[in-house]
Design a protein around this ligand. Structure first.
Ligand code: BES
Ligand code: MN
Ligand code: MN
Length: 455
């Protein structure tokens, strides 16, 4: 531990400068206009792997954005850790809400502000630097493989093809990912599950063209009103989702599991204060941790139609749209839920409109084991570097590829994230504490050490 701390202390400034260089690339995967930046980011990551001492570094082309692969095999009789992360980021919009530009990383109050600072550049780069540290100090105790992709934020569909085609190359004993949150630095935690996702877009069409809202209004159904009603009807008075069959496959937690989950520290007034809301909302009968970690949900991510420009235009729109996501828990399946939603949405549509449902990406929920050697290694690593045992939690977000690693490669995952829910992932002013960045670089070598020792 002393040697690790010393290395980080000695190289402090460079470790930060390199992350800043990485954060300057606008590697947005959702918008094709950033394609050149994506390619430059992949080159940068590959070069950093080489510099750190990785072998067989390769930029693997896919039908979409490239995957950066690198490895260091020290002894085939030793265990192998496969590190996964993503160099792509979410779009920075709305730009006007950023205090400093999203791709000009800036430090304020000990925090790095930039798109991708936490999700996931700041977090995956800790692994590159921890690897460098182990190489430089001659302490790499196991084999290591890196796979850093560029399409996580858009559903990882090309990565899943890559994984199926590269099973031999990706053979490993565990997948290690830092792309999740901790409760706080005072309460270090490990996520032991992720929700799945079913994401789709709906279109409601009324008349064949936009109409004068005075001439026709009152006699023709307004698709925006109809869409709002249809969406509102999908939660009942207990905020239960009304799609028939939606909860059929949900596995309820045991009382002991619920208790363990709710033992984690939680301050409701702080939670509300941070978001500036006076009251929480959610499915009746469940706590906040249960609602975000163990229960499925349905959210509107965006809704539009008609005139949304400056001033007022009197118009009865021809169409209204919404983007809807459902977060899934074991044993719901993304495909089944998408089908249930589609059937229901078509069924509740009044005859005055036509509806169309277009599925986007999806992913399956996962629960990661807490009785494995790898989980124990993560527990020990965190206990040593934070001076406190980590609390097991369930993550509300999704990393769809985790279920696929298990299904295709037969490898389980450890989610050792160092972010905070308050890091504003996907929001303006995303941040990552410098403290967490260094802490991650210090903790990761301990994971490898204990994983090799306990294996
Ligand atoms: N890193 C997040 C997922 C995450 C964040 C998990 C915090 C747990 C805690 C990841 O990059 C992400 O945003 N995933 C998307 C899914 C993807 C298919 C767009 C998500 O959860 O919305
Ligand atoms: Mn992420
Ligand atoms: Mn994300």
């Amino acid at each position: 531990m002393e040697q690790i701390k010393q290395y980080v202390e000695q190289h402090k400034q460079r470790l930060l400068d390199e992350l800043f260089d990485l954060l300057r690339f606008p590697s947005v995967s959702a918008d094709p206009k950033y394609k050149q930046d994506i390619l430059k980011t992949a080159d940068f990551v590959a070069q950093k792997f080489r510099d750190a001492g990785a072998d067989k570094v390769e930029i693997c082309e896919t039908a979409g954005n490239p995957i950066v692969y690198g490895e260091k095999i020290i002894d085939t009789s030793k265990p192998t850790v496969l590190v996964y992360g993503h160099y792509d980021v979410q779009p920075p919009d709305p730009l006007e809400l950023w205090k400093t530009p999203p791709f000009e990383p800036t430090i304020r109050d000990g925090k790095i502000y930039a798109r991708g600072a936490c999700d996931d550049k700041g977090q995956f780069y800790m692994h590159v630097k921890a690897f460098e540290l182990m190489m430089q100090t001659n302490t790499l105790p196991c084999n290591i493989k890196f796979m850093i992709e560029g399409e996580e934020e858009v559903g990882s569909s090309n990565l899943s093809i890559f994984v199926k085609a590269n099973k031999e190359r990706l053979k490993a004993d565990v997948v290690l990912i830092s792309d999740t949150s901790m409760i706080s630095m005072e309460h270090p935690s490990l996520e032991t599950g992720l929700r799945g996702l079913s994401y789709l877009e709906v279109e409601v069409t009324g008349p064949n063209r936009d109409l004068h809202s005075g001439v026709y209004g009152g006699a023709v159904a307004n698709p925006a009103t109809i869409l709002a009603k249809m969406i509102a009807s999908m939660h009942d008075e207990n905020n239960h989702i009304t799609i028939p069959g939606f909860y059929d496959k949900v596995i309820d937690l045991t009382e002991a599991e619920r208790k363990a989950l709710n033992d984690a520290p939680y301050d409701e007034s702080e939670y509300k204060k941070d978001l500036e809301i006076d009251e929480l909302w959610g499915e009746k009968g469940y706590t906040t941790f249960e609602r975000t970690g163990t229960r499925p949900t349905l959210e509107v991510n965006g809704i539009w139609g008609g005139y949304i420009g400056e001033g007022a235009k009197t118009v009865l729109p021809s169409k209204a749209h919404a983007k809807i996501s459902m977060r899934l828990v074991p044993n719901q399946s993304s495909e089944e839920i998408t089908k249930l939603f589609t059937d229901h949405f078509e069924k509740i549509a009044p005859k005055s409109v036509k509806v169309k449902v277009t599925p986007h990406h999806g992913g399956e929920p996962v629960v990661t084991p807490t009785d494995s050697v790898a989980y124990r290694a993560a527990q020990k690593a965190i206990a040593e570097s934070f001076g406190k045992d980590p609390i097991p939690t369930r993550g509300g977000g999704s990393i769809p590829i985790v279920a696929l690693f298990e299904a295709e490669l037969g490898i389980k995952t450890v989610l050792m994230g160092f972010g905070l829910d308050s890091d504003a992932l996907h929001s303006p002013n995303e941040k990552y504490d410098i403290y967490n960045y260094y802490k991650g670089i210090e903790t990761i070598p301990l994971f490898h050490k204990y994983f090799a020792e306990l294996s």
